[in-house]
Write a protein that binds this ligand. Structure first.
Ligand code: ATP
Length: 237
């Protein structure tokens, strides 16, 4: 069986500035992979390129064996990739229910809409309780849950999470990570970009360390925790 995600020789530029160089990454079915690295290393650029938000300058991205390299975001989504972007990007003036509904816009997600909504509400009961409220009135933790719930409404095979713990109180981070574990056990493959390296390594099967736009190290999460490069570049040890 092919990998859910294969990234080969990926370059991304912003004008003259090169943000990613020759990046290779793969995610197997049911795997959780984390991407760590210092600020500006290119982590967000990488997940945004996978999601079709940033265009690759060179290289190849394939999802379940189908090439998605040059596709725009909505078409990458149709291949089963959903992103929870950094900063959540929920629609604050819309209700929680409408935010979730927007996540199900892709054609393949529409038939099972009610069942998927039920799954999301089971995962995040707060979203069911607050269904009719404006998303902008939710707490930070609830907004993160809404952003994850909205992505799940697209019934992704691969979920990309960009800094899910950012700005949240530790107890909310625990809740979000608990939900990620349950999402993984439901069979969704996950790529998580995190500044909280310890937490990301604790949940991941494998990890990639980015530095200045390149993959500096990669391997099983357990061994990456002890890696000299990881300890120096992101743990500050
Ligand atoms: P952070 O943790 O700070 O978000 P990151 O590892 O996610 O960092 P990116 O946001 O992907 O890093 O940024 C990688 C590089 O690309 C940085 O040098 C950044 O300044 C640059 N960059 C990011 N977005 C843009 C943009 N829209 N235009 C120009 N340069 C950009």
């Amino acid at each position: 069986m092919s990998d859910v995600l294969e990234v080969e020789s990926l370059d991304v530029r912003y004008g003259d500035a090169r943000a990613l160089w020759d990046v290779a990454l793969r995610v197997g079915a049911g795997e959780t992979v984390c991407v760590v690295g210092p600020n500006g290393a290119g982590k967000s650029t990488l997940v945004n390129a996978i999601a079709g938000i940033h265009r690759a300058t060179a290289g190849r991205i394939a999802v379940n064996g189908a090439e998605t390299t040059a596709l725009p975001g909505h078409r990458v989504c149709a291949h089963g990739v959903a992103i929870v972007p950094e900063g959540r990007r929920i629609f604050p003036r819309m209700t929680v229910a409408d935010n979730l509904m927007l996540g199900a816009y892709r054609r393949g997600a529409r038939p099972g809409f009610k069942a998927t909504l039920g799954t999301v509400h089971e995962l995040f009961p707060r979203l069911a309780e607050r269904s009719g409220q404006l998303a902008g009135n939710l707490s930070g933790g609830e907004q993160q849950m809404l952003a994850i719930g909205r992505a799940l409404m697209a019934k992704p095979a691969l979920l990309l999470l960009d800094e899910p713990s950012l700005g949240l109180a530790p107890v909310r981070v625990d809740e979000v990570y608990d939900a990620i574990r349950r999402i993984v056990s439901s069979g969704v493959s996950v790529v998580v970009v995190e500044q909280d390296v310890e937490r990301a390594l604790a949940i991941a099967d494998r990890a990639y360390l980015l530095g200045e736009g390149r993959v500096v190290a990669s391997g099983p999460a357990a061994s990456m925790r002890d890696s000299e490069e990881v300890r120096r570049s992101v743990l500050g040890l």
